[in-house]
Design a protein around this ligand. Structure first.
Ligand SMILES: N[C@@H](CCC(=O)N[C@@H](CS)C(=O)NCC(=O)O)C(=O)O
Length: 214
């Protein structure tokens, strides 16, 4: 059976869990990272020299980087699900994944989310946080235009691009930050929320990760 290494509070682990369940695959998840530790052993370094979660082990093959894991699962086991068959649609899905990592992820997770859970309210740089949230909102306005008239990011079926970006949306819509009006993004997020796999893995209560005073 496949093994997924990583605590289920990590958005990058949650993303892979969502894909695994969306594809109906059996797996064992092993707690690692955060309070569970386990990333500094030589055995773990062989699985991921970056000492980060998640890692997927599938027989004698192992792979790190959550987005790459999701694509591996879709292409190995998806039978047409999550990875568009058509080259141009697949390229479009890749485009949005790369955009997410380059234009959203750091501003959102590192400069917006983490200061809200890992920094006390007294020590938080609220101006820097608000500026990062504003940059994220502007980026999502670009996504909003692309989603207008579509059910999902690439056409009308859930793909690995929806998994990559959609994994951030529960946090985006539940954090105490300013957000611009994003009608098409909100409608898409509403569609994602109907998935039992999304509800189970992505719609987690992130406030349990707050340090005291955050
Ligand atoms: N780009 C990587 C990011 C991996 C990453 O930064 N993982 C974090 C959790 S989200 C981690 O391992 N942090 C150390 C820890 O949890 O102990 C991916 O998508 O897999």
């Amino acid at each position: 059976m496949m093994k997924l290494w990583g605590r289920n509070t990590s958005v990058n682990v949650q993303k892979v869990l969502w894909a695994l369940d969306e594809l109906g695959l059996a797996y064992e998840r092993i707690d690692a990272g955060g309070a569970f530790g386990g990333l500094d052993t030589p055995e773990y370094a062989r699985l991921n020299p970056n000492r980060k979660i998640p890692v997927l082990e599938d027989g004698d093959f192992s792979i790190w980087e959550s987005g790459a894991i999701v694509r591996y699962l879709a292409e190995a086991y998806g039978a047409g699900k999550l990875s568009p068959a058509d080259l141009k649609s697949r390229a479009r899905a890749t485009q949005w994944c790369n955009w997410c990592l380059g234009s959203v992820y750091v501003d959102f997770i590192v400069h917006t989310f983490q200061p809200l859970i890992r920094v006390t309210a007294a020590e938080r740089d609220t101006r820097s946080l608000a500026a990062a949230a504003e940059r994220v909102g502007k980026a999502f306005q670009i996504l909003d235009q692309a989603l207008a008239g579509h059910d999902f990011i690439v056409g009308d079926a859930l793909s690995f691009a929806d998994i990559e970006i959609g994994s951030l949306m529960h946090r985006y819509y539940t954090l105490p930050i300013d957000r611009p009006a994003l009608p098409s993004v909100e409608a898409w997020y509403g569609r994602l929320k109907t998935s039992p796999a999304y509800q189970k893995h992505i719609m987690q209560d992130w406030t349990i990760m707050k340090i005291p005073g955050a």
